[in-house]
Structures are given as structure tokens and as C-alpha cells.
Design a protein around this ligand. Structure first.
Ligand SMILES: [Zn+2]
Length: 303
């Protein structure tokens, strides 16, 4: 049991765990120690120290300290056992994310090999090659992904579990432009837009995560919220980088907290409410505009 715990902590370094949750710390002198605002209590002066070599933290403000598991217990309000389960799930998601990252790279390679895909992007008004690369856009022609991933040793079981291959053994995405969806630096889902007669929209059967590109868009004081990823891409191309996307007509419980002002050092977002979406609270307004499905999401000081 003790060995298992040590192995788990080695596989998820504390500093990396915190940084994926947007904690930023400054290195203390030349040591492997970092200091920043405490994610466990309201902090105004950096008092939270992380020793990257020992994988330990200590806060001089709230006097909390310990290892990764202790941090998860405190930040997520979980028991020891629940924290372990949470971290094991994190590891499983990391493995699946690595697979989705490799899949994204493969689809990116395909994009310029198929004129039908390039023409489709042009017809949708997307021409900027830098933006296409930045968004990680790719193309799934269908019929060649399973063999490609098998060459890298991925099991059929994992491909089925992630939904990349259907139960007939065929690629789930066929003749679709692919957008990778990122969260905390990881690919967590793929959205495929059909360029043919098939149903236009397809996501893998897993969470689509928070609002698209919220890591960068969330820094703006006002945000344009659109329904579709092509809407977002065209607006980004026009210079409106404060545009995010819900990938659908409703905000999910995971996406809604993204509209709240972000906490500068928060390591975990507020718990999502039950249900699919939630009415606007006192600090925000959502306005559905007529015409294209666009939402303007007002934050504390603007719309
Ligand atoms: Zn603290």
C-alpha cells in the first residue's frame, strides 16, 4: 500500500498538479522551491511554498501542509480514500489524453492531404494557416486511424473506451474536420464537423470540458460566447480573441462556472451545480441576441 502511494505521488508531481490548475509560483533563489498565493485560503501576499524535490507544500498563512494527497483532501474537501480515487482517475484521464493528443497530431497531418478538407475550410471562411495550426485543426478521412494507433501499441480496448473506434471496429470520425478541445493543457475531447451528408456534429462520448480556450479567453473583461467552433474560429481570425464557445446551445454545469470571475490562484473551480445550466447570478448577465446563436456573457463590470 505504501509503495502504491509513493508510486502515485511520483507519477503526479505536486508542482505539475498545481500548475495544471493555474497555480503560479516564483522560484525561491536557485532552490527547487516555489512560492505563490495560497489556493487554500484568501491570500494577498505569497505564503504558499512548494518543494518540488520533496513533493511537499506548506502555507505560512493557514499553516496547512503536506503532500499531494493532503492537498487534494484540503482543496477538494475529500476524504483520504476519495482523494486517492480522484488522483487515480486523474492518471487514467492523462493516459487517455495522451492518446487523444496523438490522434490530434495524426488528423493534423491528414488535413493538407485531402483537398476536400481544405476547400471546406475555405468555404467556411477560414484561410489563416497560423490560426488553423494554433487551433490544431485536422481532418479525419475515415478508415486509417485504427491502424495508425495500433502501430503505436494502443489496445483496441482503449480505442473503444475513448470512442475513437466504434463497436463495428471502424473509425468513429469519417470525413470530418476535427477540433481538439483542451482543458488544463490536455486534449480532453475531439469535435468533428461533417463535411458530407452525415449528421454535422460529433463529439467523443466524454465530457467536452469547460468553455473553449477559457485559459486565454477568461482573462478578458468581456467575452463573446458562441455556439459553434467555426463561429469562434472566424471571429478569432477577425481579431476577436475574446470569443469562447460552448460547443452547443446550452451551457453545461461544468461550463457555467467559467463565466464567473476567475480566482487568481484557485486550484479548483467552484463545484458545478446539479443540472444542465443555471440562471444568472447577481454578478453576471447572459443575453441571448436574436439572429445567429450568439451569447454575450457579461462579467462583473461589463457585457
Ligand atoms: Zn494557506
Amino acid at each position: 500500500m505504501r509503495e502504491d502511494l509513493e508510486q502515485l505521488k511520483q507519477r503526479i508531481p505536486l508542482l505539475e498538479y498545481l500548475q495544471r490548475r493555474h497555480w503560479t509560483g516564483c522560484r525561491v533563489a536557485a532552490r527547487e522551491e516555489f512560492v505563490g498565493l495560497c489556493p487554500l485560503h484568501p491570500d494577498t501576499r505569497p505564503s504558499f511554498y512548494v518543494n518540488a524535490r520533496k513533493n511537499l507544500f506548506y502555507c505560512h498563512g493557514c499553516q496547512c501542509g503536506g503532500d499531494l494527497i493532503r492537498f487534494v483532501e484540503l482543496s477538494e474537501h475529500l476524504s483520504f480514500r476519495e482523494s486517492l480515487a480522484c488522483l487515480k482517475q486523474d492518471l487514467a484521464l492523462a493516459a487517455e489524453s495522451a492518446l487523444l493528443t496523438r490522434t490530434t497530431a495524426f488528423f493534423q497531418m491528414q488535413l493538407h492531404r485531402y483537398s476536400e478538407a481544405v476547400e471546406y475550410l475555405q468555404n467556411r471562411g477560414l484561410q489563416d494557416p497560423d490560426l488553423i495550426a494554433e487551433l490544431g485543426l485536422g481532418y479525419a478521412p475515415g478508415g486509417n486511424l485504427r491502424r495508425h494507433l495500433a502501430d503505436f501499441g494502443y489496445s483496441l480496448d482503449l480505442l473503444l473506451r475513448t470512442g475513437l473506434i466504434n463497436h463495428q471496429g471502424r473509425d468513429a470520425f469519417c470525413r470530418r474536420v476535427i477540433f481538439p478541445c483542451y482543458q488544463q493543457g490536455r486534449v480532453i475531447n475531439l469535435y468533428g464537423r461533417s463535411i458530407g451528408a452525415a449528421f454535422p456534429h460529433r463529439l467523443l462520448p466524454r465530457s467536452k470540458g469547460g468553455l473553449f480556450a477559457w485559459d486565454s479567453v477568461g482573462a478578458f473583461s468581456s467575452v463573446i460566447l458562441v455556439e459553434g467552433l467555426f463561429d469562434l474560429a472566424v471571429l478569432w481570425q477577425a481579431g476577436l480573441r475574446n470569443t469562447t464557445c460552448a460547443i452547443g446551445t446550452h451551457l453545461t454545469a461544468v461550463q457555467w462556472p467559467g463565466c464567473q470571475p476567475s480566482r487568481p490562484t484557485g486550484c479548483s473551480p467552484p463545484r458545478p451545480p446539479p443540472g444542465k445550466c443555471r440562471p444568472a447570478g447577481p454578478h453576471r448577465r447572459l443575453a441571448l441576441r436574436p439572429g445567429p446563436q450568439q451569447l454575450l456573457c457579461g462579467r462583473r463590470h461589463g457585457v
